[in-house]
Design a protein around this ligand. Structure first.
Ligand SMILES: NC(=O)c1ccc[n+]([C@@H]2O[C@H](COP(=O)([O-])OP(=O)(O)OC[C@H]3O[C@@H](n4cnc5c(N)ncnc54)[C@H](OP(=O)(O)O)[C@@H]3O)[C@@H](O)[C@H]2O)c1
Length: 336
């Protein structure tokens, strides 16, 4: 079977397509034939700069994949052959608060990831695919969707009438838009592209701000909310956007610290003055994943896939993510 391997710190074009022995499921494990992967900004950064993660080479990249169960190891009983499954980002974060052990169980990081034709995982590290989704759609859920769900719903308790501020139109933000709308919240979203803002509006965004042509976008958010600010800010920008996100939040509002897309400096005084709640969010547990999937099924939500790439052309998917022309998710398919 074929798998991509990170073998060096030489970036996307050094990803090697290797022949590997067919993996065999051990006790309590499941063999999954992969049908689709989705890529995240984190997967791109891992391929481009693996050193900070400190894993040994070779390492199979990507946290997010969906496929079909093709064999069961001794005693494995959570799934049957033929079931459609997704990997859980943190293989050992089942429920409750995250632990130090769960933190070192991420696919495509501490553990080999999903960019392989066949993958063996512990049965506890798998989740059933929502019935109405294709493999490509399901592959987008484990990281980006769950992070947005964890922030807004599991942690934030978003409710009808709340104002949710989203930064950019990448994977996490577009899932956050869908979840916020499903809960009856009002969404304000920023982007560098008016065309992407128009798409977000079609999906139910209420307010849009181009952060390139309106560099002080936090003032636009305050204007849109009559000076009150947003109840929830899904902060994917990092240090370079956080100071403005703080100004755009309402007094006593919540900011979910998720992303690292930009650099900058922060004076914490404004956090205190606005009595803000800052939440560190790192993907989510299997229990959150399963709760999210129930909601996705009931609301018949469909992930937004910008483009699909063939497995043999996987490197092009990382280049496309780096180009940041996408809206929503980029997917790699193994079929056909
Ligand atoms: N903590 C976690 O568990 C977790 C989970 C998932 C992702 N993340 C992090 O969250 C961030 C987003 O991840 P993703 O997978 O959604 O990325 P992505 O799909 O690659 O999204 C990139 C988009 O973000 C927007 N963006 C970039 N720089 C921006 C800036 N300075 N201000 C506002 N928007 C900006 C752009 O949107 P426009 O093209 O519309 O301008 C860009 O297209 C990354 O830093 C990632 O590492 C963290």
């Amino acid at each position: 079977m074929k798998a991509y391997e990170i073998r060096s710190a030489d970036g996307i074009d050094a990803l090697a397509l290797a022949d590997r022995a067919e993996p065999k499921p051990g006790p309590g494990q499941v063999l999954v034939r992969m049908h689709a992967n989705a890529i995240n900004y984190r997967d791109l950064v891992t391929v481009e700069n693996p050193a900070p993660r400190g894993f040994p080479f070779p390492r199979i990249p990507n946290s997010d994949g969906a496929g079909e169960v093709t064999a069961l190891g001794a005693g494995a009983s959570r799934f049957e052959v033929g079931d459609r499954v997704m990997g859980s980002f943190f293989q050992r974060w089942i429920a409750g608060e995250i632990t130090a052990d769960a933190m070192v169980s991420a696919l495509g990081g501490a553990l080999d990831g999903m960019l392989a034709e066949e993958v063996v995982l512990d049965e506890d590290g798998l989740v059933a695919v929502p019935g109405h989704l294709t493999y490509a759609e399901a592959a987008t859920l484990p990281c980006a969707a769950l992070t947005a769900w964890h922030a807004l719903v599991a942690r934030g308790g978003v409710t009808a009438g709340d104002v949710v501020l989203l930064l950019g139109t990448g994977g996490v933000s577009i899932f956050a838009l869908q979840f916020a709308r499903a809960h009856g919240a009002r969404v304000i979203i920023t982007s560098s592209s008016d065309a992407k803002l128009a798409r977000a509006k079609d999906m139910g965004a209420w307010g849009t701000v181009n952060y390139k042509t309106t560099p002080d976008w936090e003032k636009a958010v305050l204007d849109l909310t009559g000076g009150r600010g947003a109840d929830h800010v899904v902060e994917v920008g990092g240090a370079g956007t956080l100071a403005r996100s703080i100004e755009a939040a309402r007094f006593g509002g919540s900011i979910y610290l998720i992303g690292i897309l930009s650099r900058g400096e922060l004076n914490p005084t404004a956090i205190m003055r606005r009595s803000l709640n800052l939440h560190g969010i790192y993907v989510g547990s299997r229990a959150m994943f399963e709760a999210m999937n129930r909601a996705i099924e009931v609301a018949e939500l469909r992930p937004v896939i910008d483009k699909e790439f063939a497995f043999t052309d996987a490197r092009a998917a990382y280049h496309a993510l780096r180009g940041a022309g996408h809206f929503g998710k980029l997917v790699i398919t193994f079929d056909g």
